[in-house]
Design a protein around this ligand. Structure first.
Ligand code: AHG
Ligand code: MN
Ligand code: MN
Length: 337
């Protein structure tokens, strides 16, 4: 396994290839998908960096399929990923948080054996206040016969079937974190050479978290068991020392901090949003797998998120992800819901 030492500089391309070598039967298709996503994310990073200057700031006025106002950078990021991924011959369909239905691969291009699901710009309402945003992606192997267009059956698979998943956080530095099931690894963009360099090999998240990330404005709409759970994390029932509360409002950024420092991100169901807000396929599943690979866990309140069988592309799910011990507390306290 590649190790990050002071004497070796490992680019993301080299790391992906070295991991692929451990699978003698690999075709290289998955490696190419990851490499293309790394390129797309560098392009998005450039746009995000210039957001305060360029004429891309502010709401475009259109709404996405969930009725949320789209920022211009949402649309731009969606386009960048689509154009980076449509012609490689490795995908047979895509789906994006910003697009209503399946995104087909254009007729003139070869259809591959994988599908890609993505949230092109997570936390986009934070762009105009210069707060970190991100990209999240999930790759699945198709279940329909090779050669043709991908279908909903290929996209609506439970998270444990993912073959690659990751996120990019556009923060004080740009980081690309991914897994193919051989651990979770992080790469930091060196802007002077335009390369992602291995900076966080084999990420491990602490078993017990320091940080609690939840939007407490919804407390008035939570069920009593959720209220009791959050009180417990905050040390108010005397059964646990208080966690520090940190909530950015960009899932990727909140998740990333908690992954490295230990913590629990919660977006519970509430009476106004009975299935929560976050999208199972574009947000919950990819981050759940990364977290599990780092030694953490993720549930929807009752079940392991990765075992939920999706029925709709834009399905939402309650979400509790992070340090193992803290997710276990949630599972125990919400079991009777
Ligand atoms: P997106 O920008 O992709 O629509 O996602 C926004 C999400 C997520 O990033 C964040 O954690 C959550 O919305 C915040 O929601 P609340 O404002 O309801 O807390
Ligand atoms: Mn999002
Ligand atoms: Mn988004």
């Amino acid at each position: 396994m590649v190790k990050n030492t002071s004497t070796s500089v490992v680019t993301i391309e080299r790391f992906i290839i070295e991991q692929e070598r451990e699978h003698p039967h690999a075709t290289g298709a998955l490696s190419n998908i990851l490499a293309d996503l790394a390129v797309a994310s560098k392009m998005i990073a450039n746009k995000v960096r210039l957001a305060g200057l360029a004429d891309v700031l502010g709401a475009e006025g259109s709404q996405n399929v969930q009725g949320e106002t789209q920022q211009k950078l949402d649309v731009i990021s969606n386009d960048i990923i689509y154009k980076a991924m449509d012609h490689g011959g490795r995908l047979c369909a895509m789906a994006s948080e910003e697009m209503e239905g399946i995104i087909p691969i254009p007729d003139q291009f070869k259809k591959g054996n994988y599908v890609l699901l993505f949230d092109p710009l997570d936390g986009s309402s934070n762009i105009d206040v210069n707060v970190p945003v991100g990209t999240i992606f999930s790759v699945l192997r198709r279940v329909t016969p090779a050669g043709g267009d991908g279908t909903l059956d290929d996209l609506l698979q439970p998270g444990y079937k993912q073959v690659a998943a990751g996120y990019v956080v556009y923060g004080s530095s740009t980081m690309f974190v991914y897994t193919t099931g051989q651990g979770a690894h992080g790469f930091t963009l060196d802007p002077s050479i335009g390369e992602f360099l291995l900076s966080h090999p084999h990420i491990r998240t602490p078993d017990k978290g320091r940080y609690l990330s939840v939007n407490e404005a919804y407390e008035q709409h939570w069920e009593e068991n959720v209220r009791a759970l959050i009180r417990r994390y905050r040390g108010m029932d005397g059964r646990r020392e208080a966690m520090n509360v940190r909530y950015i409002g960009s899932l990727v950024a909140d998740f990333h901090r908690n992954l490295l420092g230990g913590g629990l991100f919660a977006y519970p169901a509430n009476r106004k949003s009975p299935t929560g807000k976050l999208r199972l396929l574009y947000e919950c599943n990819p981050l759940a797998w990364i977290c599990e690979q780092a030694g953490g866990a993720a549930i929807d309140g009752q079940r392991r998120i990765l075992e939920v069988q999706p029925t709709q592309l834009h399905q939402r799910s309650p979400y509790f992800v992070g340090s193992k011990h803290d997710v276990e507390i949630a599972a125990e306290m919400l079991a009777t819901a």
